[in-house]
Design a protein around this ligand. Sequence first.
Ligand code: HEC
Length: 80
Amino acid sequence: MFFENRLSGGNTMSCASCHMHQYAWTDLEPLSPGEDGKRQTRRTPPLQDVGWNSLFGRDGRFESLEGFILGPIANENEMN
Ligand code: HEC
């Protein structure tokens, strides 16, 4: 599902649009564009070994990986 474009509103983006395997699951953008073309407000972090973290998000506001990952799917400025 990480590579599934149908998770986005316009069927054009997956998690891997920003978290690209060839760049340790980040990208080369200072701020990645969402499906609407607008830039994110934070840089896309790498996801290498993220399963070992205890807090998620740049500010650590999520305590579980499962709690975090529905955010980008629902966010209209990300996968919409
Ligand atoms: C539009 C670009 C974009 C897309 C698409 C995207 N992400 Fe992210 N991701 C980000 C950004 C930016 C952050 C940092 C957000 C924050 O800290 O508020 C992030 C953070 C994360 C984190 C937290 C990493 C950490 O070190 O705490 C995880 C996990 C994650 N994304 C997984 C996913 C998954 C799974 C999907 C698909 C369902 C996804 N992302 C889709 C840009 C994206």
